[in-house]
Design a binder for this molecule. Sequence first.
Ligand code: DC
Length: 231
Amino acid sequence: MSEPVPVLTFDGPSGSGKGTIASRVARTLGWHLLDSGALYRLVALGAARRGMDMADEGALADYAAQMAVDFEILPDSGEVVARLDGEPVGNAIRTEQVGNDASKVAALETVRAALLQRQRDFRQPPGLVADGRDMGTTVFPDAGLKIYLTASAEVRAERRYKQLKEKGISASLAGLLREITERDVRDTERQSSPLKPAADAIVLDTSALDIDQVVEQVLAWCRDRFAVGGQ
Ligand code: DC
């Protein structure tokens, strides 16, 4: 039997630095990247554009199963372009409204089930870096290295504030802190695949670390676990 394609999972709450770190590590290793949060955001955006009811579980699950999405990695910048119905979505999936709707649709068991195989299909050679909430617990339970990134709610709200500002999206720090706290409760307390570290995950608190420090630490673990990543 051939060796399974290696997987590195990043789980943790919004603003823990997962997205940035996962994409930097994927580029360094030359592995594929799954931004699973983008899939939930695309369900929320597509459903809103169709005027669907965010509480209609059956309709949302059907939509999640058949929605036309694809991701393209731009070779020069490494930036990921997400498309819905063939059109790039740009920052439309990054608004707080879509994030809140995504958190609601992500609590629906049948929506999660509809997205499961779509996520597993990203596991292609030479390897996959998977970023989300349940990558190590549910989607890739056999991943070779599982990392759970966390940070205090205050630090996460500040990071998010800066990120949105850089993208030209306006937001209030107090509002972001409230939304992050509410989203944490919803993500950790839901019945289906709640946000929590896998039993075999390494937990890393990034509150006092910068991105370079976290990336270095993760690459050291990757060299150890997968025998990749240079030096
Ligand atoms: O990471 P993000 O903010 O883009 O994720 C958007 C929402 O989707 C977030 O509220 C949690 C949910 N999500 C999830 O439930 N499971 C995942 N694997 C990824 C995201």
